[in-house]
Design a protein around this ligand. Structure first.
Ligand code: BV8
Length: 255
């Protein structure tokens, strides 16, 4: 058990999970931290230390320097490919399996672009911000997730005479409408919402936490640090998700 965790609160949150009719989980970069992937805010080290992620993850940056931005994403893609899902990813996949086997609803909204939830076996995943493993032709919009690692050059020309851009949602870009619609529908009918490893500052993703509170769902926040939305949490666990989630799952007496 992670140090400093209130066992009574953990048991109460576990019972809420075991009895929930419809569960939504929102994950952020913190869920992948224990897999060795730096959080979005801590990501800018080494060659990238002089850049600001929020400025690099924009259409303008790509427009200005497609080679630099393509290289940043390709290096992140290769780093993620070398990492493996951690116990937090696995616990979420187990929670999904147990809940859906009982005919109840589970939806995983992720802001992460590392595909670790899918590699851990989660299936009901909505990738709100796309994926590092998908690239898109700037002319035809054709998506490719089979491009060689590393890319042969930066940027990589596409067959249609354009270039391949990262298949992620940049700041200032709309999220995929279908993903937002499916996410909003899941949140509207949820009675339990888990906010895990996210700083809760990027919208519209963070807005799903507020929407869950708005429909009366109970909220479990798992994050070593408080967030601007911690006040909405019914239970807040200041612990790494890779440690807390397995205990939450094991403490839940699913009937
Ligand atoms: C949009 C993909 C409509 C790319 C990402 C001005 C102009 C345009 C838009 C805006 C604007 N002002 C505000 C906005 C809206 C903007 C926004 O929210 N900005 C914020 C910064 C204020 N949003 C957008 O632009 C979105 N689109 O609004 O479209 C529109 C269109 C045009 C004009 C206006 C509006 C698009 C947002 C998506 C951007 N793309 N990712 C890439 O990866 O390169 S966002 C990226 O940052 C991540 O995906 C993630 O979502 C976000 C970082 O958040 P976190 O995941 O929470 O990660 P972070 O590092 O912040 O925190 C990690 C947390 O984990 C911490 O709390 C830490 O304590 C915790 N932690 C650490 N270790 C652990 C842990 N927790 C648990 N266990 C651990 N072991």
């Amino acid at each position: 058990m992670p140090s400093g965790i209130d066992e009574t609160a953990l048991r109460a949150a576990a019972e809420a999970l075991a009895g929930a009719r419809s569960v939504v989980a929102l994950t952020g970069a913190g869920v992948s931290a224990e897999s060795g992937i730096p959080t979005f805010r801590d990501a800018m080290t080494g060659l990238w230390a002089k850049f600001d992620a929020q400025r690099l993850a924009t259409p303008d940056a790509f427009e200005r320097d497609p080679a630099l931005v393509s290289r940043w994403y390709d290096e992140r893609r290769m780093r993620c490919a070398r990492c493996v899902p951690n116990a937090g990813h696995s616990a979420l996949a187990s929670i999904e399996r147990v809940i859906t086997a009982r005919g109840r609803s589970f939806t995983l909204l992720t802001q992460n672009v590392d595909r670790l939830h899918l590699r851990a076996g989660s299936e009901r995943v909505i990738e709100l911000h796309g994926s590092l493993f998908a690239w898109r032709c700037t002319v035809t919009g054709t998506k490719r997730d089979d491009l060689p690692m590393p890319l042969p050059n930066y940027p990589l020309q596409s067959e249609a005479g354009g270039i391949y851009r990262p298949g992620v949602v940049w700041f200032g870009e709309e999220l995929p409408a279908g993903a937002v619609r499916r996410a909003a529908r899941a949140v509207e009918s949820c009675d339990l919402f888990l906010s895990i490893g996210t700083s809760g500052v990027v919208y519209p993703a963070a807005g799903f936490i507020e929407s869950a509170a708005g429909v009366g769902a109970r909220i479990i926040e798992i994050n070593p640090e408080p967030t601007p939305l911690s006040h909405l949490a019914t239970w807040r666990f200041a612990a790494p998700s890779g440690e807390l989630l397995p205990h939450l799952f094991e403490s839940a007496s699913f009937t």
